[in-house]
Design a protein around this ligand. Structure first.
Ligand SMILES: [Mg+2]
Length: 386
């Protein structure tokens, strides 16, 4: 399946040119009554960094910068935007968002090496890129998925971030809300992990999709021991059983030992890393996160390659509503048989800013024709709520 190239100034009739006069970022924190547990750390509150971009003609777009870990890093990303990225992009003429993305990336390559901070810089550039595409879509009076060439309004979703403590209660709640696919956090205690997956599969039956996320917790021997025990649960995928940077031969060892598709991508950075992962042919599912690396401009060529390779494209996402809406639009535009990750845990910064996700029906949401990503944050109202 071939995906159309990313729209450029020469391929779409809508204007994509940009002359930015303002780039701002705002931090919010939502208390988390039930901490979100992963095998490598606990999230006790939910930070979010929103980007606001404004053009000389007064058009505005919104993006979101990944900032989950460590939680104290959210403010750092705001400062990176204000002091490093904004000065590179303001008061210049760009043909389209991809040109701004390229300039910001190229001009910070040495800084990324020098500071040892390629991640935070890439995350900031990603959030800015999302805001610029939203701005262009709003200006064109088109929903983002249509600006990107999409026609489908339905977006399959799955419930994610399901804690190992009492996961069935959460799954029952999410099933009642309309979800039909569920991803459990594992990588804590083997016996408990297996019991949890078993309880989900027993209650859900054979039809629902069940996935498990190890969050890079196992070494090869441990994974090889677990894989046969997981086989009978017919998982839709097993996510990050190893460190993402494990060598190809280790991923191949796992791939050969199981019929369960392996998944990764949220911790890959750069087109070359994704191309390597595709070429390894060991992953059944690849999961770029548009708020963490690449935005839309960097990820679109990667998504093209994922789709062409026949690998399942399932965007990773675990943040607030702005990035979630952007991710839904990108998946709608990209098509395929993928599902979008949706955090199952309560977070007002997500639910207030992603209205379509209040209406999951038979495992999917519907995007409407509201321009851009379809939501505009009211910062004053958010400040009062959080
Ligand atoms: Mg994951």
């Amino acid at each position: 399946m071939k995906l159309s190239p990313l729209p450029t100034a020469t391929t779409v009739s809508s204007p994509l040119n940009l002359h930015l006069i303002s780039l701002q970022a705002f931090v919010f924190r939502c208390p988390s009554p039930v901490p979100v547990r992963t095998s490598f750390g606990i999230m006790r509150d939910r930070p979010a960094v929103f980007v606001r971009a404004e053009s000389a003609e007064g058009h505005v777009g919104w993006g979101e910068i990944w900032c989950n870990f460590p939680a104290c890093g959210a403010e750092h990303r705001v400062r990176l935007l204000e002091t490093v990225i904004a000065p590179l992009l303001l008061h210049k003429d760009f043909e389209d968002p991809a040109q701004a993305y390229l300039l910001a990336t190229q001009k910070t390559e040495i800084l990324a090496l020098q500071t040892g901070e390629p991640g935070p810089l890439a995350q900031v550039i990603s959030g800015v890129d999302l805001a610029l595409w939203d701005l262009c879509a709003r200006r064109a009076n088109l929903p983002l998925f249509r600006l990107l060439g999409g026609t489908q309004t339905s977006v399959p979703v799955y419930a994610s971030g399901i804690n190992p403590d009492g996961p069935l209660d959460m799954v029952k709640r999410k099933h009642a809300e309309g979800y039909r696919a569920f991803k459990l956090k594992i990588g804590f205690d083997d016996k408990q992990d297996i019991e949890n997956i078993n309880s989900l599969r027993n209650w859900l039956g054979d039809q629902a999709s069940v996935m498990a996320d190890v969050n890079q917790a196992w070494r090869v021997d441990h994974a090889l021991n677990m894989l046969p025990q997981l086989e009978s649960f017919n998982l839709a995928w097993l996510e990050e059983p190893l460190r993402t940077d494990s060598i190809a031969s280790q991923w191949l060892q796992l791939h050969k030992a199981t019929n369960t598709p392996l998944a990764a991508g949220e911790n890959l950075m750069g087109q070359a890393s994704f191309e390597k992962a595709i070429d390894m042919k060991t992953f059944g599912v690849l999961q770029p996160d548009f708020a963490k690396w690449g935005g839309i401009s960097g990820c679109w060529p990667v998504i093209q390659k994922i789709r062409e390779s026949g690998t399942r494209f399932c965007p990773h996402y675990l943040g607030a509503g702005i990035g979630l809406m952007a991710s839904a639009h990108v998946l709608a535009a990209a098509g395929g048989d993928g599902m979008l990750e949706v955090d199952a845990n309560d977070n007002a910064l997500r639910s207030l800013l992603a209205p379509p996700f209040a209406n999951v029906a038979n495992g999917s949401i519907e995007l409407d024709e509201t321009p851009g990503i379809g939501v505009t944050p009211d910062l004053v109202a958010l400040e009062k709520l959080i």
